[in-house]
Structure formats: C-alpha cells, structure tokens
Design a protein around this ligand. Structure first.
Ligand code: SF4
Ligand code: SF4
Length: 371
C-alpha cells in the first residue's frame, strides 16, 4: 500500500495537472451524500422534475457513488469556466429580434470535452500511482452531467462553492458560469471537504428575476416552469402561459445566473472550443427559423443544441418570433412553415401569428406561480 505522504504529494500534483488540463479549480471529497436523499425524494414527490422520469432511476447509485462504481472511496470534482469573454447576454435579451441561447451552449458540446479532460486527469493519477507502486489496483471513472451522479452536492462538499438559492453551485471568486466534472477513484486521497460558506445572505435576486416564477421557495426549482426545461427537456407543446414570459429565450435561460451579484466575478473561459460558433451569441430569430432541417443539423452539429430535434427548434423559435416586433417577413415565414407542420407544432405557429397581428400587445414579461 502506498503511504500517506505519497498521497499528500499526489494531491498537490492533481491541482497542477487539473490547471494544465484547463480546470480552474479542483477539490476532493468522500462519498457520503446519503443525507441529500430525503430532500431529493420530496422534490420528486412534488412532481417538480416534470417528465424527466430518468431522475427516478438508480436512486441507490445516485446517493452512493460506491454503488455506481464499486470501490469508489473519493470523488475528485473539478470546475471549468465557460462564459465567453464578450458574452453580450444582457444586450441580446433586450433585443427582441435576436435569439437568446444559454451561454453554456454557444460553442462545442461540453460533455465530451470535460469528460475527456477528467479522464486525462485520471490517467496522470494512475501513472503516478503505478510508478510508485506497480501492483496497486487503480479504479477510476469520469463523469460529466451524465449517469446518476449527484454532481452539485459533491462539488459543494469538495469545496468548489456553495449551493445558491437558484440551486446552482456558486463560487465567490468565479460566480456560477462553469461546468462540473467528476472523477470517481478508489485511491485514499486526502480530503478537502471544506464547503464554502453560503454567501447568499438576504439576497433573493435570482428568485425575483425568474420570468416564469420557477422557484416555489429558495433552493427549490420547479423544473416544469423553468425555461431551460420547457425549451430543451420538454419534447411536446409549451403551455401557452409560459410563451410570453419566454421572450426571445430559445434554448435555455440564464436570467437567474445573470442577475446574481457574484457573477460579476465570473471568469471568462480560456477554452477555444467554448467560444461561440456561427454567431450563436447574437443571431437573428428569423435567420434561425428559416433554416431547413439540413441546415439545422449542419450548424448545430457538435453543440449542446443537438439535444433538440428540428420540431423543438422550430417550436422555440416560433415563440420567440411571436414575441418579436411585427414584420411582414416574420408573418410570411410563420405562414410558410405552418403549411407543412404537424398539428401540435402548427398550433405554436398560429399563436405566434396571432401575436404578430396584435400590434397593441404588451408582452407579459413576468409570470406568477398560481397560489
Ligand atoms: S433558468 Fe430562467 S426560467 Fe429557469 S429558473 Fe432560472 S431564471 Fe427561471
Ligand atoms: S442571486 Fe442572490 S440569492 Fe440568488 S444565488 Fe445569487 S447571491 Fe444567492
């Protein structure tokens, strides 16, 4: 068995290697996350997960990393910043002819990039251990926003930040615009286990700004009302009550992050791959709506937007166009696409056409939860 001093030194190397691989921070925690289970099950029982039924699967593994990857003793959690230097998020939200795409999705899909880097970190760790102790059995597996992994609580326990009232991990030096990755390992690495103190205080800006009032209480998200869920996870119609508050947000939403005072410390990404492709930072709604399916597939290839199919894409854009200033070009495009659309999708085009025909409409920008 390799000795404690060796692991202390290895811990220092892990920080160095993580930085070399593009991670801004890394922390190590144990696997004790069982105490999060009652809160998660209460959240499921309220139906706040919407149609994300897969969240009900593998509960035993979600709350016991060693049940997911046998032998796991530690979880190495790492942070990779994704905000482009000139993200223009406020400017785009205020320009109703433009489409707002969540800032995490502007460049190459993060899943493969971050998971590959976590795996490379694992390779370096394995090589160091085997060099010191060739007989050591090193079991490791990398995850990024996949499998039943309790990503945010593990990151919090590992000291990467605290859980904000908007339910995301927040860091006082880096805000919240970052991806998380995890490496499960059987190595007895020294623990960080120093969660940052919660610095939300009396602030409630994220809860108040939410266009669809998706927070029934601080630290609890009703996904069914969240624009990220409505525009991405939801495959069918978007209930009419949410359409005006969606504004021009056609893939996800960042409002609760953008308003957070700690995000003035958000670090710009250093990753070329996360920089916006195809003018995705500030595209015209009508340009995107006019794409054929082949163009949609070509331009979104390799991005997180490929989680949508073409019908969802058109559905979201039609709502954006319904909220945009009236123009003959928008009307013509909606009418043309409506002719060949399935009935559920054509209903969204009809809604947008009605909105366009009503020049006196005053868009409802904020919705209240029913009591
Ligand atoms: S992402 Fe947008 S819609 Fe979802 S909770 Fe945050 S502010 Fe509300
Ligand atoms: S906006 Fe305020 S309450 Fe919400 S996460 Fe940020 S600091 Fe916390």
């Amino acid at each position: 068995m390799t000795d404690a001093n060796f692991y202390l030194q290895l811990r220092q190397h892990i920080t160095t290697w993580a930085h070399e691989l593009g991670f801004a921070a890394v922390g190590i925690t144990d696997t004790q996350v069982k105490h999060y289970q009652p809160g998660f099950e209460a959240w499921l029982a309220k139906g706040y997960h919407g149609n994300m039924e897969w969240l009900r699967d593998h509960i035993d593994k979600r709350f016991d990393p060693a049940a997911l990857v046998p032998g796991t003793l530690r979880v190495i959690a790492a942070r990779m910043d994704y905000l482009p230097a000139n993200s223009r998020h406020i400017q785009v939200l205020k320009t109703p002819e433009q489409a707002y795409i969540a800032r995490y999705a502007l460049g190459r899909d993060y899943h493969k990039i971050v998971r590959k880097r976590m795996a490379l970190l694992g390779d370096k760790i394995r090589a160091a251990v085997l060099q010191a102790q060739p007989d050591e059995e090193v079991l490791q597996r990398a995850f990024v926003d996949s499998a039943p992994v309790l990503e945010r609580p593990l990151a919090e326990k590992a000291g990467l930040g605290w859980t904000g009232k908007h339910t995301l991990i927040l860091n006082e030096q880096a805000g919240s615009f970052f991806f998380l990755g995890e490496l499960f390992t059987n190595l007895p690495l020294p623990l960080d286990n120093q969660p940052q103190p919660n610095r939300c205080g009396d602030c409630a800006a994220c809860l108040q700004i939410c266009p669809t009032d998706a927070f029934p209480q601080p630290y609890v998200l009703d996904a069914r009302r969240c624009i990220a869920y409505l525009t991405i996870e939801n495959k069918g119609p978007i209930p009419e009550e949410f359409r005006e508050p969606m504004g021009n947000r056609v893939f996800g939403c960042d409002d609760c992050q953008a308003i957070c005072p700690w995000n003035k410390f958000a670090q710009p990404t250093t990753e070329e791959d996360f920089k916006p492709r195809h003018n995705f930072a500030a595209p015209q709604l009508l340009t995107l709506f006019n794409w054929t399916e082949a163009e949609f597939l070509r331009y979104t290839q390799g991005t997180a937007m490929r989680r949508l199919n073409y019908s969802q894409w058109q559905r979201n854009l039609a709502i954006g166009l319904g909220n945009a200033p009236s123009t003959p070009e928008i009307m013509a495009a909606l009418e043309a696409k409506k002719a060949n659309a399935e009935p559920w999708l054509a209903e969204h085009f009809d809604w947008a056409i009605r909105q366009q025909l009503n020049p006196n409409r005053r868009r409802k920008r904020k919705l209240k939860r029913p009591d």
